[in-house]
Design a protein around this ligand. Sequence first.
Ligand code: EPZ
Length: 423
Amino acid sequence: MDSIVINGGNALMGEIAITGAKNSALKLMVAALLTDEPVTLSNMPELADTKFLAHLLRHLGAKVIENPQQSAMTITAGGLGEPEAPYDLVRKMRATFNVLGPLLARKGHAKVSLPGGCAIGARPVDLHLQALEALGAKITLEEGYAIANAPNGLSGAKINFPFVSVGATEHTMMTAVLADGITELSNAAKEPEITDLANMLNSMGAKIENAGQDTITITGVKKLGGVTHGVVPDRIEAGTYALAAGACPNSDVTITNCQPEHLEALWAAMSRAGIEVIAGEKQVRIKRGTKPLRPVDIETNAWPGFATDLQAQFMALMVLADGASIIRETIFENRFMHAPELSRLGADITVHGREAVVRGVNELTGAPVMATDLRASVSLIIAGLAAKGQTSVSRIYHLDRGFQNLEANFSALGADIKRVKDT
Ligand code: EPZ
């Protein structure tokens, strides 16, 4: 297995361009199943997760042309075959489960493997299934599969989510665009990726109103057409590079091709920590001086709150703050696996259930550490960049799921970082 080796202590200087958002791209790819016409996605990131989903779409009968040189992908789901997504093509990545609704809407029946839990929590799909049932699907669970039928077609319904779920909001919205009548989704997720998906579906001929607000209204249409759509910039990638610059004294990094207004909660927390954040329309400049960071408490929340996908990276800064901070994770029940790894570098962190108390230390020292999930692994990279000496991060296949050209990008900013192939 490859690892990433970092000699820490360098300041980060220069400019870095952000790619399209993984978590939007995956849902846009799935939404391409809703039409038999070509859907071309530009500003597409090139990631292990997008390739994996492309395999599944091909298995389902879609034609997928990947064009990484142009950061583009074209999906034509004209001749869909048997609507069945097997375990092997679903288990690695939860976003694959969202093919269930679109397949059902197109074919009237579908069989998709349940995704199972993952390292950060149990992550059930009960809200997805309840919402599809409200739209008229008959669903049974058999031998690890969700088997859905809509013998009388799908029809609009009023659905009130008991709590906010990004995946369930997206899945239901995609399915309801081809249902008969009006669907109202209340307590819907409001993340920028939801709005991106709604914008693309509307360009395909859907009628979705108020995406990005609490209640989304969808008026079903008979058919959707093809589209060319640019994926929204990845706010988590942008936030990650911003936090890396914030972790390394004397850094001055400008992050381009991003939408800084998607990260207000992060900028507020970084500013309170003493990092200078100069946000423009499509770029943000991060300046970190030499003074120690101030401790800042954060609590993760659904958008526009502090993103759970930036919690691990923020902790990597707080371990070097001048005092103690409390980090509270409210979205996932087990998202502190980076804490014991950060402790291997000298961090002082105590985890009590959903809360971590981080007592800042004067310095971190390099050590071998292990990646446990995508965002946890990049927090170890940030800590390694700020630590004295050499850090090697193993199991970096997690990183390749969500960060394009990570080592090359950090090298270009002046970091001493390289990928080492396991012989
Ligand atoms: C999306 O996951 C993202 N993944 C996650 O990013 C992100 O952390 C999360 O949203 C929250 O922002 C993708 O977009 C592919 P949820 P999702 O449904 O949709 C519970 C990353 O690192 N829940 O909003 O799965 C669930 O267990 C990943 O890029 C149910 O109980 O998140 C969680 O505790 C990690 N039943 C909470 O709701 C359900 O049916 C919120 O999950 C659905 C969710």
